[in-house]
Write a protein that binds this ligand. Structure first.
Ligand code: ADP
Ligand code: MG
Length: 403
């Protein structure tokens, strides 16, 4: 699960990580209060930050939500010393569409703004923590090339990214924190401040069951404090039950409506751009099915894993979700009857097709226990199924009907 920058900062603050404070607002009417609170703290330069679940906001563009051709503002993060400008930026961002290199051309609607202090600083750094699956250890990455696209640094000058791997048995060691600080070329007070910063940051990552924690940029202020200016946190969905306060941060506005619907039925659904709807049991088989559809010249419209125990309800719900995608022109059902028997799945498919009133071609491939009975049931159902006996045949049939 992803959360917004202001929520990530709220979380990090609980773990003692120095972050830049601010006020999240959803309405323009809340702006004055945010501004006067900042001014009361002696702050006289401000940053208005669009809150969307995507990065690259600083270099993004704001378009009018009612007229997508109209460019309203260059940049989804704006620095100013002028209070009137704060208001102008807030008006231009709130309710409009922010397009960044991470959102795709459709962009994302800005529904929340974060109003913060505009900081003066002498250096921008990068720090990221995530799980390195290749070695089954968390890795902390740091770079002096903060603020810019770290993907570019990783590609063009990988030597500029330092990495330390954390042994899960002994945890993050102070010498490793010093290794990073030396590597970043820090000295004196900045060096001293970096050590507790990174130790606390790692602790926050671990304690919250985060799957990614990225600070880009991390800044060294003119008086050598280390502060997180931006914060991105993703969490392991399977551990969210342990963190109700983080689960409560979920912002459904940022998620695909069909994916939200699927999650209600415990279906693992990811929407894609093609036109062949797929219903499969098991994530591995679902991946293989998508691959073979592509091999046959088609484009999958989704990933859908209905789980090991596919029954009539899951099949019916899966159908409804696949059919809600207007791009879907045909459906391929590929179920392996291991735990579940194929004849039961076939009955589920027949009932669901009758109930949901499916009008597009459906190709079914059932393999495993009682597969031959299932094929017979589908053929005799009087419904318009294309039955396939191998995965290859199924993929060829479904791409052929689309043409
Ligand atoms: P994104 O990564 O989505 O572009 P950031 O929060 O990193 O958003 O902001 C983009 C850039 O804006 C930063 O790299 C920094 O240069 C500048 N910036 C962000 N917040 C502040 C701030 N509080 N004070 C000064 N500059 C800021
Ligand atoms: Mg950033």
């Amino acid at each position: 699960m992803k959360i917004h920058e202001f929520q990530a900062k709220e979380t990090l603050k609980k773990y003692g990580v120095p972050v830049q404070d601010g006020y999240a607002i959803k309405e323009l009417s809340e702006l004055d209060k945010a501004l006067s609170s900042l001014k009361a703290a002696g702050i006289n330069q401000f940053v208005v930050k669009s809150q969307i679940h995507a990065g690259g906001r600083g270099k993004g563009k704001i378009y009018n939500a009612d007229n997508r051709a109209e460019l309203v503002l260059e940049g989804g993060v704006k620095f100013t010393k002028d209070e009137n400008k704060v208001r102008e930026y807030a008006e231009k961002m709130l309710g409009n569409i922010l397009v960044t290199h991470q959102t795709g051309p459709e962009g994302k609607k800005v529904k929340t703004l974060y109003i913060t202090e505009g900081l003066d600083y002498k250096k921008e750094l990068y720090v990221g923590i995530l799980l390195d699956r290749a070695v089954s250890k968390n890795v902390i990455m740091a770079s002096t090339e903060g603020g810019v696209e770290i993907e570019k640094v990783a590609e063009e000058t990988p030597e500029k990214i330092l990495k330390v791997w954390i042994d899960p048995a002994i945890g993050f060691q102070p010498f490793q924190a010093r290794q990073l600080a030396f590597g970043l070329g820090l000295k004196g007070t900045a060096f001293k401040n970096f050590i507790p910063f990174i130790m606390k940051l790692y602790n926050a990552y671990e304690e919250t069951d985060a799957s990614l924690l990225e600070i880009n940029p991390l800044v060294i202020t003119n008086d050598d404090r280390i502060i997180a200016l931006d914060a991105k946190m993703n969490f392991d969905d399977n551990a969210l039950y342990r963190h109700p306060e983080i689960a409560a941060y979920r912002d459904l506005d940022e998620e695909d409506p069909l994916e939200i619907e699927a999650s209600k039925y415990n279906l693992n659904y990811i929407k894609l751009d093609g036109n062949v709807g797929c219903m499969v049991n098991g994530a591995g088989l679902a991946m293989a099915t998508m691959d073979i559809i592509k091999l046959a010249g088609g484009e999958p419209a989704n990933f859908l894993d209905v789980g090991g125990g596919a029954n009539k309800e899951t099949v019916a719900n899966g159908f409804k979700i696949i059919l809600s995608d207007p791009n879907v022109k045909a459906i391929l059902i590929n179920i392996f009857g291991g735990i579940v028997r194929c004849d039961r799945v076939a009955q589920g498919v027949i009932d669901a097709v009758k109930e949901v009133n499916v009008t597009i071609p459906v190709v079914v491939r059932l393999e495993g226990t009682n597969a031959y009975i299932a094929q017979d049931m589908l053929k005799k159902s009087g419904l318009n199924f294309e039955v396939a006996s191998s995965l290859k045949e199924a993929a060829e049939k479904v791409t052929a009907v689309i043409g």
